[in-house]
Ligand binder design. Sequence first.
Ligand SMILES: Nc1ncnc2c1ncn2[C@@H]1O[C@H](COP(=O)(O)OP(=O)(O)O)[C@@H](O)[C@H]1O
Ligand SMILES: [Mg+2]
Length: 251
Amino acid sequence: MVTLQLENLGAGYGQREIIREVSTAMFFGGQVVAVVGPNAAGKSTLFKRMAGLIDGPGQVILQGSKKGPAAISYMPQGLNASARLTVYESVLLARKQLTSGWAVDDDELKRVDEILAALGISSLSFRNLGELSGGQQQLVSIAQTLVREPEILLMDEPTSALDMHRQVQVLSFMRTLARQQEAIVFIAIHDLNQALRFADQVLVIADGTSPGSGPCYEVITEHMLRSVYKVQARIEQCSRGTYHILIDDVV
Ligand SMILES: Nc1ncnc2c1ncn2[C@@H]1O[C@H](COP(=O)(O)OP(=O)(O)O)[C@@H](O)[C@H]1O
Ligand SMILES: [Mg+2]
């Protein structure tokens, strides 16, 4: 099984250090890890460092991987493909970036079809990326990442432009995928109630470092919400016994 742990990870842009000494619990294949923290805390920078797009000190300790460098796939916050490609072409292209040749086999086409269907966007297949709404673009970007079948997924705010129905659809699909493929799915997300519902583990980033990581119910506490987000909050059980965050005020 694949495992991943961060040890004293740092990164920045030019001379400017953005994240430093980020160390975490060990994460296991099959888990969803919510990456949470205030705006500009360094979540996207952490993902870029983990994906090897930027350098820095410390280590990403990846063990049990069968895929080597293709193990990690990063979904950036914006759409990352030419507006003149169709949805179908862009997803197929994302898949082909993994392989040396350009021949397309039936299995690959089937995989593209399955991902588009699972995300509910088959009907957009032959539309150009440039003509899509923000939420539709976000779903295509998710499809481009999932089609590579990575072992480690770094999804940067994949649900920020989606309606409630799509949010739940995408988050539950990613959880199923983590379980079925024994992948570790990191999801940067601002909605901590969704994190409590769909994630197994939480990694908090605040001011460029991590004040904590581990099981959701240990990490997301009223004290953490006060110190990291500067809000006064209650965490209460609903009639079904699950925990929800209620924000009363800012502090
Ligand atoms: N390409 C870049 N060059 C210089 N500074 C950047 C760049 N990208 C992000 N930053 C800065 O790094 C800090 C953290 O940004 P980011 O990692 O995007 O935070 P988050 O994803 O948590 O909102 C911010 O102060 C931001 O301005
Ligand atoms: Mg970000």
